[in-house]
Design a protein around this ligand. Structure first.
Ligand code: ZN
Length: 303
C-alpha cells in the first residue's frame, strides 16, 4: 500500500517566471487522479520544530521566518521566499515525516510525498537551489528519532544533493548515494567525495548520459555499496529533472528509465529494509515528463 502525501499550502510559494512553480505538483496530482492507481493525496501537518532543528540551525529557520514575514524576495540568485513559503516548506517537510511515520508503524509499505519546495540543496544554515528546508534530511532525522539505525538516501535528481550529503557525510549510520550531471550545479558531488566512513557514493555523469549510464551506475556502483551498508530504511530524493525532455537537466533519462530505476530501488528495499521506502519529490520542470515519470514509479511501487 502506498501513502500519497501532499502539502496544499505549496501554492503560496511561487515567483513570477520561476521554473519551480505550483503547476509542477498540480500536474502530478492531476495525472495521478486519472491514472487508475486509486491514490488520493492526503494533506500533511507541518514538521515539528524538534525534528526540524535536528537538521537546520534554529537561527537559520528564524531568519527564513523573518524573511517571509517581511514580504519575501530572493535569498540567492535562484531561491525565492514569499510570505507563505514557510507554511509550504514546513508542510513539505512534514509530509516526508508523516510518510516515515506511516511506513514505520505499518500503515503503509511506501510513502510518496508530492511536495514543493524541493529540499536536497538546502544546507544546515543556508537556502540554495530552490530549496529552503531539506525535506529528505528531515525525514532521515525523523526515522532515526524512532530508533531506526542505518538509513540510506538514494538521490537520482539531475543535481547533486549537496545539502543532504553535508548533513550526513560524517555520520556512519547514514548512507547517501547520488547520480547527477557533472560538472553542473551545485558543483559538489565528485566521485572523490566518499564521506568520513565511506558512507557516500557519488557517481558524476556527463551531459546526455542516458538510461544505460544512469541505470548502470545504480546497478554496478551504488547497489553493491548499499548492500554492504545494510540499510534498515530507504528514503529517495526523487528528482525528475534528469528526464530527456527537462529544460534544465540534460541527462537524457527516459520515463522507462525512471520506471527501471524505481524497480531497482524497490528490489533493494525488499532485500534490505523490509520492502519499505519513503519518496520525496525534488526537481523536474517539464510538466508532462514529470507527471509521467512519477506515475511510472508509483506503478512499480504498487505491484
Ligand atoms: Zn534538480
Amino acid at each position: 500500500m502506498i501513502a500519497l502525501l501532499a502539502n496544499p499550502a505549496h501554492t503560496g510559494h511561487r515567483a513570477e517566471g520561476h521554473p519551480e512553480r505550483p503547476e509542477r505538483v498540480t500536474a502530478i496530482l492531476d495525472a495521478i487522479a486519472v491514472c487508475g492507481l486509486g491514490l488520493t493525496p492526503e494533506p500533511a501537518p507541518a514538521v515539528s520544530d524538534a525534528v526540524l532543528h535536528r537538521v537546520h540551525d534554529a537561527r537559520y529557520v528564524a531568519m527564513l521566518d523573518r524573511a517571509a514575514a517581511s514580504g519575501g524576495g530572493y535569498l540567492d540568485a535562484d531561491t525565492y521566499i514569499t510570505p507563505d513559503s514557510m507554511v509550504a516548506a514546513r508542510t513539505a517537510a512534514g509530509a516526508v515525516v508523516e510518510g516515515v511515520d506511516r511506513v514505520l508503524d505499518g500503515r503503509a509499505q511506501h510513502a510518496v510525498a508530492v511536495v514543493r519546495p524541493p529540499g536536497h540543496h538546502a544546507e544546515h544554515a543556508r537556502a540554495m537551489g530552490f530549496c529552503l528546508l531539506n525535506n529528505v534530511a528531515i525525514g532521515v532525522a525523523a526515522a532515526r528519532g524512532k530508533n531506526i539505525r542505518r538509513v540510506a538516501v538514494l538521490d537520482f535528481d539531475v543535481h547533486h544533493g549537496n545539502g543532504t550529503q553535508h548533513s550526513f557525510e560524517n555520520d556512519a549510520e547514514v548512507f547517501y548515494a547520488s547520480t547527477h550531471r557533472y560538472p553542473f550545479y551545485p558543483g559538489t558531488g565528485s566521485a572523490g567525495e566518499r564521506g568520513a566512513h565511506d558512507n557516500v557514493v557519488n557517481v558524476p555523469l556527463p551531459m546526455g548520459s542516458g538510461d544505460r549510464a544512469v541505470l548502470g551506475a545504480w546497478e554496478k556502483k551504488i547497489g553493491p555499496a548499499l548492500a554492504a551498508f545494510r540499510p534498515a530504511f530507504l528514503l529517495v530524493s526523487a528528482g525528475f529533472d534528469a528526464h530527456r525532455d527537462d529544460p534544465l537537466g540534460g541527462l537524457a533519462v527516459t520515463t522507462d528509465g525512471y520506471r527501471a530505476l524505481a524497480g531497482l530501488i524497490k528490489s533493494w528495499a525488499d532485500a534490505h529494509s523490509h520492502g519499505r521506502t519513503v519518496w520525496a519529490l525534488e526537481g523536474g520542470y517539464e510538466l508532462e515528463a514529470l507527471a509521467d515519470s512519477v506515475i511510472a514509479c508509483l506503478g512499480v511501487l504498487e505491484t
